[in-house]
Ligand binder design. Sequence first.
Ligand SMILES: NC(=O)c1ccc[n+]([C@@H]2O[C@H](COP(=O)([O-])OP(=O)(O)OC[C@H]3O[C@@H](n4cnc5c(N)ncnc54)[C@H](OP(=O)(O)O)[C@@H]3O)[C@@H](O)[C@H]2O)c1
Length: 325
Amino acid sequence: MRAAVYRAFGGPEVVRVEELPKPAPKAGEVLVRVRASTVSVGDYRMRTRDLPKGLGFFGPLTIGIFAPRKKILGMDFAGIVEAVGEGAARFKPGDEVMGLTGMKFGGHAEYVSLAETEAMVLKPEGWSFEDAVALVFGGHTVAECIRRVPIKPGDEVLVNGASGAVGTAAVQAAKHFGAVVTGVTSGGNAELVRSLGADRVIDYTAEDFTKNGKQYDVIFECVGNAPFERVEGSLKPGGALLLVISDLKGMLRAGRNSRKSGKRVMAISFKPRPEHVAFEVELAEAGAMRAVIDRTYDLDQVAEAHRHVEGGRKRGNVVLRLAGA
Ligand SMILES: NC(=O)c1ccc[n+]([C@@H]2O[C@H](COP(=O)([O-])OP(=O)(O)OC[C@H]3O[C@@H](n4cnc5c(N)ncnc54)[C@H](OP(=O)(O)O)[C@@H]3O)[C@@H](O)[C@H]2O)c1
């Protein structure tokens, strides 16, 4: 099979297409012929070891010390079940599926084999593989946020980083649950964020959302520049700060900050769950969430895709198309 492989940490050029043996499904596994994946910030972080402050010490243990432990990146996939291992009964060959490999990675290859209990569901008929996969990474993260802090009709919700993969999903999900949504983005992305349902958009290049006196029930922090210390005053009493991204200090202080302030501070973890993928499918089928695709690249252009993601300015998702898609 062809796969995007990186054997050393570094710039986008370290990712190269190689021919590797096709995996065989082990007992309880499903072999998926991948048609599309995304190049996400997660892939960027693994390739460069650019981790939030304080995590640099622990990172190498999972990412690799001298060389990458997982050679094939790609945290999500949409494709067709090619074969199933002994005892696997949830899916059958020919099923169209979508899901998240998460920290196991492996989505940037023509085939991935994963346990049938992993975060994978049937892809609705009529959806393209590209659209399906573009819902997974952000939608899954937001499902975890909403599991931790349900959004209620009338809640004032602010999404910092509203034009990214997670932000675009957060804006749409919050709107679906009846919130009044404010998206923070740069002016060039204001229209996109409005089109996803945001009631208000704050251009961070012109206004600091923490300085305008406005308070929110829930803040999704998807940028890395809005720790509790900066946004405490922007949370209503009892309000929640969902730290999709945070440095180690912010994570360790979450509990203490919550107890001290009476506001809820939560560091969001990334544990793949099938019900989270089902959640985004449900929202999309209800017309409440759409895939936001910035650019689509073929596997041979994988380094270029990485280069674009590395810029930190992608709008929604960058899709990687595998052969045959
Ligand atoms: N905890 C978890 O489980 C989890 C899961 C997924 C992701 N993450 C983390 O969450 C973060 C967001 O991920 P993502 O995939 O959404 O990233 P992304 O798609 O790369 O986000 C890019 C967006 O960030 C916006 N942005 C950049 N600087 C900004 C600022 N100062 N204020 C507001 N928006 C700004 C950009 O908009 P402009 O071009 O308009 O600036 C761009 O559209 C990453 O750090 C990622 O590692 C964590």
